[in-house]
Each structure stands twice: as structure tokens, then as C-alpha cells.
Design a protein. Structure first.
Length: 416
């Protein structure tokens, strides 16, 4: 007896015997697979916690552990994709591709005139990866996405794509929308139905899922608000099977409920995701790794948003020190001498992990408070809850920044 189903690693499950016997063995097999997935998830959480501590591949052993942690993340994503029962709902449709390398970026560089935006960037994109691209305005985030989406050509470097790669690109400028086309034709080529997960759905029903009224279907896109245009893009893109989603500022003009729907869609997507957004809350909820840009061509890979902020601060300090060294080489030389952690700093450093854990628990409690129905329905309590959440997030950010500062000082002295 055999069953063909993408839930199974080879796409098929075979057991000898009767149908009743097959059902019993299948249930036992699925239970064992779920237990293995839970054990794997626990291992991934431990490795991610290690990465969040600021792990750097300075040694062969550390580099191997970083690569091993990333491989575990890919394995967990593939396992979760197989085991997940597909519920009917609104989300991006993953293609189910099993290729481990979807996009490989080698030595990517891009300049505009004399201004260098990207230099020698390296990146590997695999199924299950959710990568946040972070940097200040003008640092090259959208440029990187356009390079990967084949909207721009690089000055140097290679971008290798898997065969027949299905790539969906969401542009913050809504360039994919024809302002003169009706919403009806924007959502459906036929103007009557859409095909979602192999099923035909009436266009009116599909539009209602995105808060559009039937009378809006014959309006030109240019008469829709910015938020409505964003929802129209999502409604169309969610119909496309994708290996890779490249998403640039999807939250512009969206209200909070729509943002939450989008966030959950990203978290459930089993393909690869590259995300640029000013919504830090969404980034930290959705992304498990980050590529940070400094706006001058340099980049880094990080496990948390806070690590990128600390790196960027050090980059800026380095630029300032380099500028000062041209004025006084002697002063700069004295400033580079590493110092040992003081007794007080050592105690602070050793207790930082516990402090961060407690601060993150407080922050998570504030996040849960914001979502409580009784709070969400009372604008005064909601504002107070958001203020508390903002304060809690700032505490976590300051602790991570301080931890990175102490870690850098400790490593500098150890490597002197």
C-alpha cells in the first residue's frame, strides 16, 4: 500500500499489508516524524541563541558551528514544510522546490557615479531562509533587492539562480500596477475568477478577502488609496507560486490588521524571503538573519537587528577614528591600544545574558498586552501599551548594544 504526498521526504510512503494496517503504520510514522521535528526545532533554537550572542567565525571551529547552525535552519524549514498540513487561508504560495541553493551571490558590487553602494557582497539564499536587509535610508537596500530581482545590473560580481527559479518581487513604488487598468483586470486576467492553490475562486470573493467591495472592481487603480494599491499587489502576488519572495517596504500605507495578516503570511511561507521594511517589529518577528549595509559599500551578516546596530556604530566610530588619524597619527595610535575589562565591566559582561533574557520577557509581555482585545478596543489603554512596548524594546536594544561593546573590548584584548 502506498500514498503519494509531498508530506513525505521522497513524496511517497509505502507499507506492506492491508489498508487498515497501512493507516495504523502511517499514524505511527507521522508521530515519530513530528517528534523528530520537535527535537530538531529545539536544537535549532539553541544554535540560534548561540548566534544571537554575537558569534563570529574567527576560528575554524566557530566558522564550522555557524555553518552547521545555518544548515540546521534549512533542514528544519524543509521538515516543517513537509509536515505542515496546508490550511485554506490567505498566504503566499510556495512552490515546494527542494533545491538547497536558490540564489548564490558572489562578489556583488554596485556604484552610482563616484558613490559606492555595495562592494564584494556574498550571500547564499536557501528555502526556509527569511533574511532582513537593514540599513539607513540611501544605504542601498532597495538597490540590492533590484539587483537580485534582475531589475538592475551589477558593476561586478555574479548572481547565480537555480534552474527555473520562480521569483516574486514586491516593489515599494508599486511599479507593477498599471494606473489606468481596473482593479478587476489587475486581480484577474479573465475578470471573473482567480486560481488559488489549484482551485477556482470567484473574483468577488477573492477581492473581499482583501477588504475590497464589489463596486470597487471596475475602478481604475489610480483612484485607489495607497493602502488599497498595496493590498491589490498582495492579492495578485499571492496567486503566484514562488521559490523566492523579494519584498521592498510592503507595510507602507497599511493599517495594523493588514500588517498582522502580512506578517503571518511571511512567517508561514516555506520558500526564501528577502525583506526590507522600516517596521522593526515585523523584521524581528519574521527574519532569522540579517544583512546590514553601512551606505559606503561595507556589509555584514548578523543573527539579530541589535547586532547590526552595534556593528554600524563601530563602523561609524572607525570612520571617525580614521578621519582623526589624518590630523594626529600619534593620538590615533594611542587610541587603538586594547584595554582589559575592568572588574565591574567583567561582572556586567557575565550577567548580561540574564539581563537580556529578562528584558526580552518583559518586551514579549508588552507585545502580548498590545494584542489583548480589551486593550485594543480602548485607545487610551492601547496608547499606554504601545508606549510601554516602545520603552521595553529600547531597553533590549541598549542591552544588546552594551553586550556587543563589552564583547568587542574583551575580544580585542584577548587577540592583542
Amino acid at each position: 500500500m502506498a500514498e503519494l504526498n509531498s508530506r513525505y521526504e521522497d513524496g511517497i510512503l509505502v507499507f506492506p499489508g492491508t489498508y487498515t494496517s497501512f493507516l495504523e503504520k502511517r499514524e505511527a510514522f507521522q508521530h515519530s516524524q513530528e517528534q523528530q521535528a520537535q527535537a530538531l526545532a529545539g536544537k535549532v533554537r539553541r544554535e540560534e541563541a548561540w548566534l544571537r550572542q554575537g558569534a563570529k567565525a574567527r576560528t575554524t571551529k566557530a566558522k564550522y558551528r555557524v555553518e552547521s547552525a545555518q544548515a540546521l535552519q534549512v533542514e528544519l524549514a524543509e521538515t516543517s514544510t513537509r509536515l505542515r498540513q496546508q490550511d485554506v487561508g490567505i498566504d503566499f504560495v510556495a512552490s515546494g522546490r527542494k533545491t538547497k541553493q536558490l540564489i548564490e551571490v558572489v562578489g556583488l558590487s554596485k556604484s552610482f557615479g563616484s558613490r559606492r553602494v555595495l562592494h564584494n557582497l556574498e550571500l547564499m539564499i536557501s528555502p526556509g531562509k527569511a533574511i532582513g536587509i537593514v540599513g539607513h535610508n540611501g544605504s542601498g537596500k532597495s538597490t540590492l533587492l533590484k539587483l537580485l530581482a534582475k531589475e538592475l545590473e551589477a558593476d561586478e560580481g555574479i548572481v547565480k539562480y537555480a534552474d527555473n527559479l520562480q521569483l516574486v518581487y514586491f516593489d515599494q513604488q508599486r511599479e507593477q500596477l498599471d494606473p489606468k487598468m481596473t482593479l478587476r483586470r489587475t486581480l484577474s486576467d479573465t475578470g471573473h475568477t482567480v486560481t488559488y492553490r489549484g482551485q477556482n475562486i470567484h473574483l468577488v470573493g477573492w477581492a473581499k478577502r482583501f477588504c475590497f467591495q464589489p463596486e470597487q472592481l471596475d475602478l481604475p487603480v489610480e483612484r485607489l488609496s495607497g493602502g488599497e494599491q498595496a493590498r491589490a499587489v498582495m492579492a495578485r502576488f499571492m496567486l503566484q507560486p514562488a521559490d523566492v519572495l523579494i519584498v521592498d517596504e510592503p507595510t507602507n500605507d497599511l493599517d495594523i490588521p493588514t500588517r498582522e495578516i502580512l506578517e503571518e503570511s511571511f512567517k508561514e511561507f516555506s520558500g526564501a524571503l528577502l525583506l526590507v521594511t522600516h517596521d522593526r517589529f515585523m523584521l524581528e518577528k519574521v527574519c532569522k538573519e540579517f544583512v546590514g549595509l553601512d551606505g559606503h559599500g561595507a556589509h555584514g551578516h548578523f543573527a539579530t537587528y541589535g547586532q547590526w546596530e552595534s556593528w554600524l556604530s563601530r563602523q561609524q566610530q572607525g570612520d571617525n577614528q580614521e578621519s582623526n588619524s589624518s590630523r594626529s597619527r600619534k593620538g590615533a595610535a594611542q587610541g587603538t591600544k586594547p584595554k582589559k575589562l575592568s572588574f565591574k565591566e567583567k561582572q556586567e559582561f557575565e550577567g548580561m545574558e540574564k539581563r537580556i533574557f529578562e528584558a526580552e520577557m518583559t518586551r514579549d509581555g508588552c507585545r502580548a498586552k498590545v494584542k489583548e482585545p480589551a486593550v485594543a478596543s480602548d485607545h487610551l489603554r492601547l496608547q499606554e501599551a504601545y508606549d510601554n512596548l516602545k520603552e521595553a524594546e529600547q531597553v533590549v536594544e541598549r542591552l544588546y548594544a552594551r553586550w556587543a561593546e563589552l564583547e568587542a573590548k574583551h575580544q580585542a584584548y584577548s587577540n592583542r
